[in-house]
Design a protein around this ligand. Structure first.
Ligand code: GLU
Length: 494
């Protein structure tokens, strides 16, 4: 581990909701901080006033909380390096720019957009390999510059890329050494004529002031990095370690977008994905524990995450793998946990259960035990539970199941015999085992195939052929409601 304390930041721009790519960047920063006993900072990069909104900021904070990515410094929690919104840090950018200007490391440029365009065209015409800013204002007499500013002429502030800078080598923890030619960097703008800082400037002022040790972000920012290195050097601040993570692609190899389906974190939350499963899945998009393990719980991720296991190849978003991981997380929950966190909330939401309704714990556990293996997404719960929460009057019969299991010659006799056998069971014996045993005796007694007997009773009691194990379901429905269901179904049987 390095000696400087690990301080990392996730710096979303609130120009939209939290995208899965942003969420993965946040997860890597969080996990890296946790694995290195460092500090995870959330900073809101809201310098684009036209596209940033407070509403998006709130959506991002909510998504971060849902993902369980607790931040040590940032909005709502504070910290020693705040404020944590760029719009509240304007004075710091002005001070830093003024300092560079005073030190001769930045200068005002008065070139108009027309002048810049003409210079570019001329460079193209003479086939100059460098077509960037021609440094017209770099050596303006400071007196003249002051006079023009005093006269109200608009200007931007440009950084002086040192003449002798040579190549800028970015040492990236994912991409290795990436070399950029300093001459091609231009004397780029650090402050616009409207008095706002550019991204490359504000980000570095903040990252330096917040003592960020590692910048982990999407590799769409790799090309900005040499410019940022120049700013660090001008400010006299140590350059952090960079780690640029690959893009996320859709199945067709194109950058993940709406065309591929849901791309915002909240859409996954609303669809019923578990936060733990979703974080596990996103963590694997470009990182692996050992090249094969698929289930990496949050605590393992927070302990084992390392940048050496981050791949520089683009990752492909695979909804099937996400679903598989989700099913694994549900399967590994205890019945009680499943009941509390998934089943009961779903039932309340569907109106099958009243808020705060009291249930016998054993009854809830028995229900959870048969519902859990049949649940891939929380919304599945309602369908699986419907027969249990129906009554003999409200139970809905699936037409196809009735045709297949009930409306057949001989099934009337099966239901009569089933009712008789079940009526003989006293209420205190109304258990899955006793119910199954009572039904088991029927095939021989009636000389009807066992499958047909069970099908008929299943459709009569549950309304369909796909419900959970019959004895268990009937025990949960209760004797008082099972017998009337058999009676009601009798009319449909032949
Ligand atoms: N606000 C920038 C973005 O959302 C941050 C980039 C960075 O991490 O430097 O892309």
């Amino acid at each position: 581990m390095s000696e400087t304390p690990v301080r990392v930041r996730f710096a979303p721009s609130p120009t939209g909701k939290l995208h899965v790519g942003g969420a993965r960047t946040a997860i890597y920063n969080w996990a890296f901080a946790r694995a290195n006993h460092g500090t995870f900072i959330l900073r809101i990069d809201d310098t684009d006033p036209e596209r940033s909104t407070e509403e998006n900021t709130q959506i991002i904070l909510r998504a971060m909380r849902w993902l369980g990515l607790d931040w040590d410094e940032g909005p709502e929690v504070g910290g020693d390096f705040g404020p944590y919104k760029q719009t509240e840090r304007a004075q710091m950018y002005r001070d830093a720019a003024q300092r560079l200007w005073d030190e001769g490391k930045a200068y005002p440029c008065f070139c108009t957009p027309e002048q810049l365009a003409a210079d570019r065209e001329a460079a193209q015409a003479r086939k100059d390999p460098f077509q960037g800013y021609q440094r017209r204002c770099r050596d303006l007499d400071p007196e003249e510059a002051r006079a023009r500013i005093a006269a109200g002429e608009p200007y931007v502030l440009r950084i002086k890329v040192p003449e002798d800078r040579g190549d800028v080598v970015v040492r990236d923890a994912v991409h290795g050494e990436v070399t950029f030619n300093a001459r091609e960097l231009d004397d780029f703008v650090i402050f616009r004529s409207d008095g706002t800082p550019t991204y490359n400037f504000a980000t570095v002022v903040d990252d330096a002031a917040m003592q960020i040790s590692h910048v982990i972000r999407g590799d769409d920012h790799l090309s900005n990095t040499p410019r940022q290195v120049i700013v660090y050097e001008a400010l006299g601040a140590p350059v952090p370690t960079f780690a640029h993570i690959s893009m996320i692609l859709g199945a067709d190899g194109k950058k993940l977008s709406k065309r591929h389906g849901a791309t915002n974190v909240e859409e996954y939350r609303d669809a019923g994905y578990l936060s733990d499963a979703f974080v596990n899945y996103l963590a694997l998009l470009g990182w692996s524990l050992d090249g094969e393990t698929t289930i990496v719980p949050r605590d393992v991720l927070a302990r084992e995450f390392s940048l050496d296991h981050v791949s520089k190849n683009p990752a492909t978003f695979d909804p099937k793998k996400l679903d598989w991981i989700q099913a694994e997380y549900i399967r590994s929950m205890s019945d009680a946990d499943f009941a509390d966190k998934i089943m009961l909330p779903e039932l309340v939401e569907a109106g099958l259960v009243g808020e705060g309704a009291e249930f016998d714990e054993a009854w809830v556990d028995a229900l959870a035990a048969i519902v859990k293996p049949r649940t891939k997404m929380p919304a599945d719960v309602v369908g699986v539970c419907a027969p249990v929460f129906a009554t003999a009057d409200t139970l809905e019969y699936d037409e196809k199941s009735v045709a297949k299991g009930l409306a057949k010659e001989g099934m009337g006799a099966v239901l009569d015999a089933a009712r008789e056998a079940l009526e003989a069971l006293p209420a205190e014996d109304w258990t899955p085992t006793a119910i199954d045993a009572a039904l088991e005796a029927l095939p021989e007694q009636l000389d009807v195939k066992k499958r047909l007997v069970f099908q008929a009773v299943r459709v009569a009691v549950c309304g369909n052929l796909v419900s959970p194990p019959l004895g268990e379901t009937m025990a949960l429905v209760g004797r008082a409601d099972c017998l009337p269901r058999l009676e009601r179904a009798r009319a449909m049987a032949l």
